[in-house]
Design a protein around this ligand. Structure first.
Ligand code: F6R
Length: 613
């Protein structure tokens, strides 16, 4: 998705905006631009197609000091990726200049209205329409920026975060939001806005989250918020402290964020476990607001999520059902929101999201709430949209995740879900004390086992050479292994562009096996003792059809006869096996991606935080 930044203050706006855009690079972009202004002078707009470095080079040629500005990295939705469509956009007389993240769904209707009012359009973007709509109301009613922004907001449909500069208001940057994420922050002599926290983490870790249909203004050292009536609501806003270190969004000596984030998993998982363990070695989810009586009554759980978070949900389905004896339905949030499904009133809806901004997941959560169902968000970003509307929040402590392909956030989601399953199982007296403490101890071993698995990377690196030329890879497994297959296949396809698909091993015979032939690679995951014999039989079936099989299994399992290559992972309680089994698959995707000369952090067409439908 696009990224926006804004700055007003005593420092030069240029490097602050460019650094902010650099930190938002992970959101994906095809062009970028800034508008910068020195006090009363008219703003200068610089835009460049392609990489951010192109914009930096152009900006560096400008020998000016600027005190305010807005910036944008664009991921094309309306109109091709070129300099004309790149943001910032402006009204014809540069009265209003702005950047926008999101989509204005009724832009054609608004454009027609403005065309009738003699407005002309130079780009194909919905953003230019929005800027000109604000300009129109500003000039028509002459009541200032807030009135013009609010009038435009009530007419626009869709999702947006806007940062705007008005010719008559130097040293001020105005903002508005509906649906797309936006945070603002201030320090003694400056004020900032951005689509996401990493963009401003070098300056402050205290942020305000802008709510939908709120707008406001940044001035040096000051932020003011307004509601749709134009009333000042600054006093009602809560300042949220983000407990991420300033350098946690830096590469820290790694070449790519994905490599860094894979390596950070033991620590991230440890931090997440620590957050839910009391000094008495017990689990505590009551402190996030979940009451005992509510859990006693609970007889079904829904899990809503997208992509990797959905895959974490499928692992959790097995663990919660096995441990706590509560039935779990896992639904793709992007599909569930269109269903007319009658939800069980004695249920809990768990939504899983790294960013806390995924629109599909957010809407599935709102649907559950509308059905009177309590919602528990498992999220990595404090104060994000989902966490603000969920009834309970169980955070993951992965720190900022920058690479598009999730690794450490997924691993932390798994661990929160294991702990919640254990907590629920004990609360409902489904497991005795002894077993409860034993399982807690096993979860506590996960960081060390993950570290040990990461350290076996040479085997994976060696194997990766065999995948570089592949065009099709199958992942097969049963139970929790099948859930890991889904995540492994997604990792591989999203960053290497190899068509990789996960199949429940038992489904091979129902169709998929016809695809197996010489040259087709199959990764078979076999970590579940009760299912391993069956999966091994499937491996043999693949092998006997000339397919080459890589077995991913725990130390000590005998799979050498049934596979061509083996990847061994440490022994672990099978219920928690996903946490170690996913590691070599993350590494394999990473190395294959490097072998192919691709950038693992920025896969084509993808964006980190998906705030549109
Ligand atoms: C894949 C990946 C995505 C996300 C999905 C949900 O590596 O990262 O599939 O898991 O877009 O995003 P969040 O967790 O932010 O809701």
């Amino acid at each position: 998705m696009c990224g926006i930044v804004g700055y007003v203050g005593k420092n030069d706006a240029k490097p602050i905006l460019l650094n902010g855009l650099k930190k938002l690079e992970y959101r994906g972009y095809d062009s970028a631009g800034i508008a910068i202004r020195n006090n009363l002078e008219l703003p200068v707009i610089v835009k460049a197609e392609g990489k951010l470095v192109n914009l930096v080079e152009k900006t560096n040629k400008l020998n000016i000091f600027t005190t305010s500005g807005v910036g944008h990295s664009r991921w094309a939705t309306h109109g091709k990726s070129n300099e004309t469509n790149a943001h910032p956009h402006h009204s014809d007389d540069y009265n209003v200049i702005g950047v926008h993240n999101g989509i204005i769904e009724n832009y054609q209707e608004l454009k027609d209205k403005l065309t009738n009012k003699k407005y002309k359009f130079y780009s194909e973007t919905d953003t230019e329409v929005m800027i000109k709509l604000i300009d129109y109301y500003y000039k028509k009613y002459k009541l200032g920026p807030i009135d013009a922004i609010n009038k435009a907001i009530v007419r626009a449909r869709g999702s947006y975060a806007l940062a705007l500069m008005f010719k008559d208001y130097p040293n001020q940057v105005w903002f508005a939001k509906n649906g797309s994420p936006l945070i603002v922050a201030k320090s003694d002599d400056s004020a900032y806005l951005a689509s996401d926290v990493p963009a401003i983490l070098n300056y402050t870790n205290k942020v305000y989250y802008v709510n939908d249909l709120e707008c406001g203004v940044l001035e040096a050292g000051k932020v003011t918020f307004y509601d749709l009536n134009g009333d000042d609501i600054t006093d009602k806003k809560e300042l949220v402290t983000i407990d991420w270190k300033a350098d946690s969004a830096d590469l820290g000596g790694f070449e790519y964020y994905m490599d860094k984030e894979i390596a950070e998993q033991p620590e991230a998982i440890q931090n997440t476990i620590n957050a839910y363990l009391t000094a008495e070695n017990k689990l505590d989810f009551h402190s996030i607001g979940i009451k005992q009586e509510y859990l006693n009554d609970l007889d079904e759980i829904y899990i809503f999520a997208c992509g990797s978070a959905y895959h974490a949900g499928i692992v959790a389905q097995h663990v919660i059902e096995d441990l706590a004896g509560v039935n779990v339905r896992v639904e793709l949030a992007s599909e569930f929101k269109y269903r007319n499904y009658k939800m069980n009133p004695k249920s809990l809806a768990i939504v899983i999201s790294q960013s806390g901004e995924t629109k599909d997941t957010y809407e599935a959560m709102l649907k559950a709430k509308a059905n009177g169902i309590k919602t528990l968000a498992i999220c990595n970003v404090k104060g994000s949209t989902i966490t603000r509307d969920a009834d309970f929040n169980a955070y993951t402590y992965a720190g900022p995740e920058i690479a598009v392909a999730t690794t450490k956030a997924y691993s932390c989601q798994l661990v929160v879900l294991y702990l919640f399953a254990l907590f629920l199982a004990r609360t409902k007296y489904r497991i005795n004390k002894e077993n409860y403490y034993k399982l807690i101890d096993e979860v506590k071993q996960i960081p060390a086992l993950v570290k040990e698995t990461i350290d076996r990377k040479e085997n994976v690196q060696r194997l990766s050479a065999r995948f570089t030329e592949k065009t099709n890879v199958f992942f097969i497994g049963r139970g929790i292994d099948y859930a890991v297959c889904m995540e492994g296949a997604l990792k591989l396809k999203e960053i290497t562009y190899i068509n990789s698909n996960a199949y429940a091993a038992g489904e091979l015979k129902h169709g998929t096996i016809s695809l197996i032939q010489k040259g087709v690679a199959t990764i078979a995951i076999a970590t579940q003792p009760t299912l391993i014999e069956k999966t091994v039989s499937n491996m043999v079936e693949v092998k006997s059809r000339d397919g080459s099989v890589v077995a991913l299994t725990n130390d000590g399992n005998n799979v050498e006869q049934s596979s061509k290559y083996q990847l061994y992972i440490p022994k672990i309680n099978p219920m928690f096996a996903a946490s170690v089994a996913i590691i070599p698959l993350q590494q394999l995707s990473y190395y294959v991606c490097l072998n192919k000369g691709l950038n693992p952090d920025k896969p084509r067409n993808l964006a980190k935080s998906v705030t549109v439908e």
